[in-house]
Design a protein around this ligand. Structure first.
Ligand SMILES: NC(=O)c1ccc[n+]([C@@H]2O[C@H](COP(=O)([O-])OP(=O)(O)OC[C@H]3O[C@@H](n4cnc5c(N)ncnc54)[C@H](O)[C@@H]3O)[C@@H](O)[C@H]2O)c1
Length: 317
């Protein structure tokens, strides 16, 4: 039985002071839950949750998920992990530890408590895919020894751990494979394409494209993504995932740059640099499973979601 007798739950959000985690904390509190936001502040910021610090149902905890944790909760959203290449390549050993030891520690906690646990996995488990769009059945094409491997393989191993805890210990697990997400509270210096382009456009600096700029990505607005994660957490126990959560709308980097220029009214020029190692050429989710199992599909088109994102960056930089 749940620790609470009512619908109100005590929910742990690891990485809760990060971009996605802070929006998730907002939404869980809005629904009346108690939220414990855990973060080591590697890429997360107190500012992302400053507006919640006085909330009676909110608790902020400094902790590193690579160390065990003993608290009492009903549900765990495991989001702790730097998500942008600049940040996760800064200390690659720590990145793998965060994914793998973090998963072991949070799964151990969930096992002790009989709590349900959701893993924020990633489209990077598909690597540089030779199947397009990617369905959950696709096993991926990941370089195990490259500069991105600390993240890609760390997340793949975390998925393995989730499914082994499920099979071996009967744990209630949910695995979401998150595709590129953008929105307010992204770190301005995280080097991700949406934040890069917006910051460069707002500063009137050249907008940097890699290769020919024809490689494509899909972009999901943060509100849609959080809705998908919460639907997955609240889905029936037999729905374990992995489930792709992302926006299938596909844009080339050049199209994105033009859109950002237009919406910021920037005169920045586009400049082209060589492609970084292992950069995927195409990435688009097949979201059939999320639609069928969760009744979920993104609602916010790119042009619409960019507006609040640009407003946020205007005040942040
Ligand atoms: N944003 C995306 O487009 C995207 C795409 C795929 C997957 N994801 C996954 O979603 C999760 C959240 O991503 P985000 O975009 O909010 O990134 P983020 O960097 O803003 O948030 C990650 C948070 O985890 C914290 N953290 C890192 N290592 C930690 C540790 N060892 N112990 C405790 N906290 C730690 C950071 O300080 C930060 O607050 C990550 O697991 C990421 O891999 C995000």
């Amino acid at each position: 039985m749940s620790r609470n007798y009512h619908e109100t739950k005590r929910i742990l959000v690891t990485g809760g002071a990060g971009f996605l985690g802070s929006h998730l904390c907002d939404r869980l509190l809005e629904q009346g839950h108690e939220v414990i936001c855990l973060d080591n502040f590697f890429t997360g910021r107190r500012g992302n949750v400053a507006h919640l610090l006085q909330h009676p149902n909110f608790e902020l905890m400094r902790h590193d998920v690579t160390f065990p944790l003993f608290i009492e909760v009903d549900e765990i959203y495991n989001l702790a992990c730097p998500a942008s290449p600049i940040h996760y390549q800064h200390d690659p050993v720590q990145t793998t530890k965060t994914s793998v030891h973090g998963a072991i520690n949070m799964l151990g906690l969930a096992k002790r408590l009989g709590a349900k646990i959701l893993q924020a996995s990633t489209s990077e488990v598909y690597g540089d895919p030779d199947v397009h769009p990617q369905t959950e059945e696709y096993w991926g094409r990941v370089n195990p020894i490259g500069p991105r491997s600390c993240y890609d393989e760390g997340k793949r191993c975390a998925e393995t751990l989730f499914f082994d805890y499920h099979r071996q210990h009967g744990l209630k697990i949910k695995v979401a494979r998150i595709f590129n997400t953008y929105g307010p509270r992204m770190h301005p210096a995280d080097g991700r394409v949406v934040s890069n382009f917006i910051v460069q456009a707002l500063r009137g600096e050249p907008i940097t494209l890699y290769g020919s700029g024809e490689q494509t990505r899909s972009f999901c607005y943060v509100d849609d993504l959080i809705d998908g994660l919460m639907r997955l957490m609240n889905s029936p126990d037999e729905v374990t995932g992995p489930v792709n959560i992302g926006n299938p709308g596909e844009f080339s980097m050049r199209q994105l740059a033009e859109l950002v220029k237009e919406q910021t009214g920037s005169a920045s020029e586009l400049v082209f640099h060589p492609l970084p190692a292992d950069d995927p050429k195409q990435r688009r989710p097949d979201i059939g499973k999320a639609q069928a199992l969760l009744g979920w599909a993104p609602r916010v088109p790119l042009a619409e979601g960019l507006a609040p994102t640009i407003d946020y960056f205007r005040s942040a930089i």
